[in-house]
Design a protein around this ligand. Sequence first.
Ligand code: SF4
Length: 231
Amino acid sequence: MPAIPFPKKRVSRSVALEQLKILERTYPKATTALEHANPYELLIAVILSAQCTDARVNMITPQLFARYPTAKELASAKQRDVERIIKSCGFFRAKAKNVIRAAHDITERFGGTVPGDRESLESLAGVGRKTASVVMANAFDEPALAVDTHVFRVAHRLGLTLGKTPLDVERDLVQLVPKAKWGLATHWLILHGRAICKAPRPLCDRCPLLQLCPTGKVVMKKPAQPKRLRR
Ligand code: SF4
């Protein structure tokens, strides 16, 4: 199925603010789906969630954290043992290496406690801007907006941004959302992307944003693709 092109023009600021209000009303209890009891567990869960569903990560982490309850213990884990536990979440070799290295950095440079500021978080092995933002917003209540694949897609389809990179999209979104709601806005867009504004085909006929969405108008005009006949 061909991808739906993103709009070439941004919506006006007033339309964007109205869209965000609808998202806020639609997802009033938005929060991360990654189960965690502390910043260490959240950080490791976020690293594991790359290219993997949160539900799958939640199946893996109880065993991982029972065996390695702190960064210090994970730092001295054998890579093979971690790989065995996390195998079902994809890219398990690279992820095992990254979580052990991040735990090592936390232990050696931050006394075993996950730091809460962007610079320190991004200095940890395997931690980029998006992972740091998720940890800042959800474990430390710091203002941070994370742009993952859902946020990128939904923000474009709504005409909130024309940004080419996640950082461009983040810069546009933080101009529209009050600082105190940056973390929440991340969840609104992720939840909407998972439930309704799906890739590759959004469910525009069920979307509360349809009247304000430039992509929705295009999608609803197109006739549905005929189903292929089975031979
Ligand atoms: S109307 Fe369609 S494209 Fe627009 S946000 Fe809703 S589901 Fe996505």
